[in-house]
Ligand binder design. Sequence first.
Ligand SMILES: [Fe+2]
Length: 410
Amino acid sequence: MELDPTPHIKAIKAHLNARTDVKAAFNRCRDAMLREVETVRAAHDAGRPVIPEISYHDIAAGTVSDNARAEVRHRGCVIVREVFDRAQAQDWNNEIGTYVERNDYFARAKEKAGIDKYFSQLDDATPQIFGLYWSRPQVMARQAESMANTKRFLNRLYDVDAPAGPEFDPDNDYAYADRTRRRQPGDTTLGLSPHMDSGSYERWCDPAYHAIYAPIFAGAFEDYDPWKAAFRTQTREFASPAVCSMFRTFQGWTALTAQGPGDGTLSLIPIANSIAYTLLRALQDDVAPDDLCGAWPGRALGLNPEWHRDLLHGLITIPTVHPGDTVWWHPDVVHSVANEHNGSDYANVIYIGASPVCAKNEAYARKQAEAFLAGRSAPDFSAEDFEVDFEGRATEADLTELGRRQMRLS
Ligand SMILES: [Fe+2]
């Protein structure tokens, strides 16, 4: 039986509404967001880049400018180019293809259809997201030094100071084993409407989120800093197969094929503090007292035209990325995946976010290591366990010293 969160939502909304003039706060926030969205839209429509781009070589050389950092903080997202050589990423793409075929993934997926109620596509459709976690390319990409350097750079965009000591260790991370996407041209099964992950109603109801968003709920969204890490690792999400158990400073993926506008790939609202709009919107008096604009436990936090039209106008597609490029976005950044892939080639990615060392992530890393050693599905995902007897799966012997640390095996 599903828990009914509405009494809780009603009580929390009454509490938040009593704290400040939420109408005045929202109106100020809305004005600022409308201006920001207009800036994004105008630049995008004029063909000027909006999503910041950084070359990995500048990260490696330590030559990223303060301006570039400020731009990433402002936009809440970034494309880091050439984290891997193009040829390397293409080889990985082919290798995953071989791994899928050689182990008869499609036939097995049919047999197991129904196990994955949350992530599987329609039973008769060809899978586009694969329940594979331990192919050699995935493991190699996760443990690459260039990937670790990129995450270190991204983690350091946060201020980790917190009342009980650093919120996380920006220089070290745990691997978060996620799946891989191989999206065929013409596919229409994979669209994701605009949403953010890492909790839905929790953003209004969880005590750690209250601390994170304190300035917004106090009516001073201008003082809210998305890059203050304090309390971010302490949020408690309603357990659900749709929720990531690790804290991620950035969600992200690595491109294995070229993809861009029209290719059924990612769109973002590149405004780091736009969460202020979403939070305050739900507290306005045209929303029912027990409703948070549809936010519901165990689901992604969706934005919809009824409540969030102003913001949705700022949703833009990423520019074309090439094999070896990576895309990253802050956990509060709204993103979507186009319903249709109208391009002519596969749009393939390996999902790799940034999950730094902290107590929350360590707890998950322990469980994940056991799954890895046995070849089972990663613990956050449904237990399809495809790879238990897959030929060519990565094993402990494939891990570097860094890889072992990231898997909490040393
Ligand atoms: Fe998402």
